[in-house]
Write a protein that binds this ligand. Structure first.
Ligand code: PLP
Length: 217
């Protein structure tokens, strides 16, 4: 399954983050042994428990909502934080990055779905978010792109429109603030149920859990 997905993604210059939340170290190793190196967790505590028990060349992605008081635990090693949605959080990441002398790659999460609970920057405020963040001058945070979670619905048109809107925002932001800057390159969108739509709409990173690991309990 993993290899088939990786193949499908590579045809579109997209990469896989295997979402291993709730799954055991043994389950993760099985996927690792098939060549997968990027894994995503949504809770810091669970991530920290797994890191020490797994090979050092795993690239760990934090994909879930991140509290400021947890930032210090992951900054020393995290490969990419997908879920930055406030300036306060960015400031905290910058502070910890400086302490560790490590520039921390992050994505800005944009609220594209309809669910009330979804985190993320309001799509109408993206420009002001970026402008404010540049004013703060945070050299230890590297903004590498955008992330979004589509509405959980059977309505494919709606999902497609949400992804398309996120891609349009990505292109605008790139053009306006990161022209000729290679580091702004990732568009993290697509999960087990909607990654094929995300691929068609320009995703560069899909976050797939249940399709690879089986259902979560
Ligand atoms: C759990 C999770 C995923 C993966 O979900 P699946 O439906 O199992 O593929 C992707 N992104 C985020 C932010 C998640 O929390």
């Amino acid at each position: 399954m993993v290899q088939k997905i990786i193949q499908e993604l590579s045809e579109r210059d997209c990469r896989l983050v295997a979402v291993s939340k709730t799954k055991s170290v043994a389950d993760i190793l099985k996927i690792y042994q098939q060549g997968q190196r990027a894994f995503g967790e949504n809770r810091v505590q669970e991530l920290l428990e797994k890191v020490d028990q797994l090979p050092k060349d795993i690239k760990w992605h934090l994909i879930g909502h991140l509290q400021r008081n947890k930032v210090k635990y992951i900054v020393p090693f995290v490969d990419l934080i997908h879920s930055v949605d406030s300036l306060k959080l960015m400031k905290e990441i910058n502070k910890e990055g400086e302490k560790n002398e490590r520039i921390v790659p992050v994505l800005i999460q944009i609220k594209i779905g309809m669910e009330e609970s979804k985190f993320g920057v309001d799509p109408n405020n993206i420009d002001s978010f970026f402008e404010e963040s540049f004013k703060l001058n945070l050299p230890w945070v590297q903004i590498s792109g955008l992330m979004g979670i589509a509405t959980f619905t059977e309505n494919e048109e709606q999902i497609r429109n949400e992804f398309r809107g996120l891609k349009a925002s990505f292109d605008q932001i790139k053009d306006k603030y990161f022209k000729d800057q290679d580091e702004f390159k990732e568009l993290s969108m697509g999960m087990s149920s909607d990654y094929q739509i995300a691929l068609e709409e320009g995703s560069t990173l899909v976050r797939i859990g249940s399709l690879i690991f089986g259902p979560r309990h």
